[in-house]
Ligand binder design. Structure first.
Ligand code: ADP
Ligand code: MG
Length: 239
């Protein structure tokens, strides 16, 4: 199987500015490869760095060391070295991201929120609307909400809009941070189907799932996160 994601020796230490510059090593030489059609589930206690590793894969922050290679239009791009423009291109065409919470986009309807990634990729509005409505219906978002801005939706409704947005484009790589956290069993089952369909078409998926039942249904492999070391003072401050 072709690998799509290749994380090599990635380390990240957060400096806690509100705690006298204490340092918190969260990722220490993390290595992870994900192939086409495979779903790797990050597993570990709360605070073990699962979201931090997922955010590194979306290049949400700079890592201290290591490489984060993504196969983008047949070429490897190392997000740890890429320019901001390259990162945006990789995100637009290659990486779908479903965060734990919807980043609320003011004043546009749920339907537009879902359609947006497909339109940004050059898709026509008509096709985007067909796909968006089908995803919203599948995820049981009531039709009377489609034309309203999601700011006033319940947590579960917002999350389902967020999931529809993440699945509207057939991204080669999908990053899912607890997408089912605020969903009931019926909607979690829809997400499981969407993930398995994405695997069938060859997507490489990295996900975090609290629910053991969901994990069992989607995971090809578990990636155990090491417990985060407790914060230690910066070397320079000890000297
Ligand atoms: P998980 O997703 O496994 O619950 P996270 O990756 O969210 O864990 O967080 C791992 C640790 O890193 C936690 O102790 C968290 O407080 C810390 N952390 C995460 N992001 C930051 C940040 N931007 N600044 C400082 N500390 C952070
Ligand atoms: Mg997390």
């Amino acid at each position: 199987m072709t690998s799509m994601v290749n994380v090599s020796n990635v380390s990240k230490t957060f400096v806690l500015h509100n705690q006298n510059g204490m340092s918190l090593p969260v990722l220490t030489q993390a290595n992870l490869t994900v192939s086409q059609g495979e779903c790797v589930v990050l597993h570990g206690h709360s605070g073990s760095g699962k979201s931090t590793l997922l955010r590194a894969l979306y290049s949400n922050y700079l890592v201290d060391q290591g490489s984060i290679e993504i196969l983008h239009h047949g070429h490897w791009v190392d997000l740890a070295q890429a320019t901001p423009r390259e990162v945006l291109n990789v995100r637009r065409d290659t990486i779908g991201w479903v965060s734990q919470f919807l980043r609320v986009i003011p004043r546009i309807s749920a339907l537009e929120v879902v359609m947006q990634p497909m339109i940004e990729r050059g898709g026509c509005r008509k096709a985007a609307k067909v796909k968006a409505t089908s995803l919203l219906a599948r995820l049981n978002v009531p039709e009377h909400l489609w034309h309203l801005a999601p700011a006033t939706f319940s947590g579960g409704e917002q999350q389902r809009v967020n999931i529809a947005r993440g699945f509207i484009v057939d991204y080669p790589v999908l990053l899912l941070d607890e997408p089912t956290a605020s969903l009931d069993t019926e909607n979690s089952a829809v997400v499981v189907s969407l993930i398995n369909e994405a695997k069938q078409r060859g997507a490489a998926i990295v996900g975090i799932f609290h629910d053991e039942d969901v994990r069992e249904k989607v995971a090809d492999r578990l990636y155990a996160m090491q417990p985060v070391n407790t914060a230690t003072e910066l070397q320079s401050q000890c000297a």
